[in-house]
Design a protein around this ligand. Structure first.
Ligand code: ADP
Ligand code: MG
Length: 274
């Protein structure tokens, strides 16, 4: 090794080595090391630690962008009091991700506005922060993409690309068309990920009505079988949070208005009188 070291080339070398955190911190840290008489190894280890920590957080930021989760839907903004059928402890456990390790599924069933999208997105967000890869998509959008891939004879490759995601969140599965070609790519996706990679699905219809998603009953049964074999099912029938918060705003909302609203369960799709 050459004894002549030119420290003026350090920034360029760190850039070439792709060590931006070394770049950002070395000068301050060197000052501290000199002042406090650190061993050279300690100085180097401190820089390496900073680089690794920054790399982690940059990776998580990248994965959050790639997850395409709806903005602002996190556990921090989720009001568990509004959803008595889903205890917070259960969601906290889901957010830890053990079920992802075994490729288990999550199915949220409930009426429109009950918080399915928010809850699944919030769990997805927490999982990305825990280091998992997640992709959020409306079922119809994904099905369109897969169908286009099939037309190009690239369905296998398209499904393969989705394997890199530990969790795929399929929102609004019951809005998917009753079209046979569409449901067959959806079935292939479910079958491929079965016991291998997790799915989280939001549906505003109970399983008994899923013949609307899969027109052939045998396919509906086979799909549901695979989905629920290792799954957590969240029953989320609750007063629409949208309607409820609208009513609270209109009434100027003391808490008592909210309590009386939650007793007033409405049927999915029916108009609230409140
Ligand atoms: P769904 O997908 O079941 O139709 P959403 O998750 O889209 O319902 O919820 C509708 C709106 O109400 C969203 O803006 C969502 O953030 C909000 N929301 C629903 N439930 C809750 C909740 N328990 N706490 C906070 N916001 C909620
Ligand atoms: Mg939704």
């Amino acid at each position: 090794m050459s004894v002549h070291v030119d420290i003026h080339t350090l920034p360029a070398m760190l850039t070439a080595l792709r060590l931006p955190s070394f770049q950002r911190h070395w000068s301050d840290l060197a000052g501290r090391a000199d002042a406090e008489g650190w061993q050279a190894a300690r100085f180097l280890a401190a820089l390496a630690e900073l680089e690794l920590a920054d790399r982690d957080s940059r990776r998580i930021q990248r994965h959050l962008l790639q997850a395409k989760l709806p903005a602002g839907k996190t556990l921090a903004t989720f009001d568990f009091a509004a959803l008595p059928t889903v205890p917070k402890a259960r969601v906290t456990a889901l957010a830890a991700g053990d079920w992802i390790e075994t490729g288990d599924n999550l199915v949220a069933i409930g009426n429109s506005g009950s918080g399915k999208t928010h809850l699944l997105a919030a769990v997805g967000h927490a999982l990305v922060e825990a280091g998992y890869r997640v992709l959020y998509t409306r079922t119809t959008d994904l099905v369109q993409r897969l169908q286009a891939a099939r037309r190009d004879l690239a369905l296998e490759a398209a499904l393969g690309k989705l394997d890199k995601f530990d969790l795929l969140i399929l929102d609004d599965i019951t809005y998917a068309n009753k079209d046979l070609a569409e449901t067959s790519v959806l079935f292939e996706l479910i079958a491929r990920r079965y016991e291998h990679r997790s799915l989280a699905i939001a549906a505003n219809q109970p399983f008994s009505a899923w013949d609307r998603v899969f027109p052939e009953q045998a396919v509906a049964v086979a799909a549901i079988d695979r989905l629920v074999h290792h799954a957590t099912i969240l029953e989320m029938n609750a007063e629409s949070y949208r309607r409820r918060s609208a009513a609270i705003r209109i009434d100027g909302g003391p808490p008592i208005v909210r309590d009386s609203l939650s007793d007033n369960q409405t049927e999915p799709g029916s108009d609230s009188q409140t």
